[in-house]
Design a binder for this molecule. Structure first.
Ligand SMILES: [Fe+2]
Length: 302
């Protein structure tokens, strides 16, 4: 298929797989991961447990870092049904980050016109049966897959799958990154099975979800901003403010560069003024990882 998978301009028109060499450098081996989990700051962990009903609607429980040592935590992830995210890899594991940035430059070079101005990353360790719900990222993403197998579903970035009203809510932090999802979307997905040594990227903002294929998985999710993504995120933020004040802003995909730039500039002032309060609730922790219990989710020990 050659048609664009997004209504937004940009050099990445469809999801695409690229090779990388991060595994050969030993980053995804048990010993390295256990040592990393031991030293990683507790406040940089997100530990999630996702459940789905028959309609594919997600419910989320969040976990605390708990008191397991690195090796035990790794074992709990490998046996359980957990999704563990280590934020700020750029400072948390500089050696991996340096190697990943070198790989990123090669992916970037494969798309003429693609120019990242800011990169960040998170290392994701997830259980054999973990599934990540339908969402979008307000950034470009390169997912470097290091271990296990996972199936990525990438959906069209059109208004039906990714309404701008919902994007505004996410960009202005009025909600988490989850989008309304319907089973009927499944016929529209581009499906990619990722193997270790492969990296996947997709059109900016394209909605996606992930299913692990019965193996413990390790991936580095690198996000990046470009000038076009910054301008559009700013325009979406300004539109969110206008909408919250009763306005009916035009969708950003009908705006030219000039108008996007004006709305981005406006967003800087609006953010400084605190025009919209961050409404993302602080999640109440409901469990902590434990070895040998259902889902790897043990009782919270305060
Ligand atoms: Fe994502």
């Amino acid at each position: 298929m050659s048609e664009r998978g997004t209504r937004y301009p940009g050099p990445i028109a469809r999801a695409g797989v690229h090779p990388h060499s991060l595994i050969a450098q030993g980053f995804a081996e048990d010993a390295a991961l256990a040592a990393l989990l031991d030293r990683y700051p507790a406040e940089l962990f997100d530990i999630n447990l996702y459940d789905y009903d028959d309609e594919g609607q997600v419910s989320l429980r969040t976990g605390a870092r708990g008191r397991l040592d690195g090796g035990q935590l790794l074992e709990a992830i490998q046996q359980g049904r957990l999704w563990v995210n280590l934020r700020n890899v750029e400072t948390g594991w500089p050696e991996l980050w340096a190697a990943a940035m070198a790989e990123f430059r090669q992916v970037e070079a494969a798309y003429p016109g693609l120019k990242a101005v800011k990169n960040g990353g998170q290392l994701i360790l997830s259980s054999p049966k973990a599934r990540v719900p339908y969402h979008f990222d307000a950034a470009g993403v390169v997912l470097f897959h290091l271990r296990g197998r996972k199936r990525i579903f990438v959906y069209p970035g059109d208004e039906a799958h990714l309404a701008e009203r919902d994007m505004e809510q996410v960009v202005s932090r009025q909600t988490t990154e989850e989008l309304p999802y319907r089973l009927a979307f499944e016929g529209d997905a581009q499906i990619i099975d990722l193997e270790p040594g492969q990296a996947l990227t997709w059109p900016l903002y394209a909605p996606h979800r992930v299913e692990n294929l019965d193996r413990f998985c390790v991936s580095l999710s690198m996000d990046f901003q470009t000038w076009p993504s910054r301008l559009r995120n700013g325009a979406l933020y300004t539109n969110a403010v206008l909408r919250s004040r009763g306005g009916a802003p035009r969708p950003t995909d009908t705006m030219g560069q000039g108008e996007l730039t004006l709305r981005w500039a406006a967003s800087l002032g609006l953010k400084r003024m605190g025009a919209l309060k961050n409404r993302i609730a602080h999640f109440e922790r409901q469990f902590e990882p434990e070895v040998g219990v259902t889902d790897g989710a043990g009782t919270l020990k305060v």
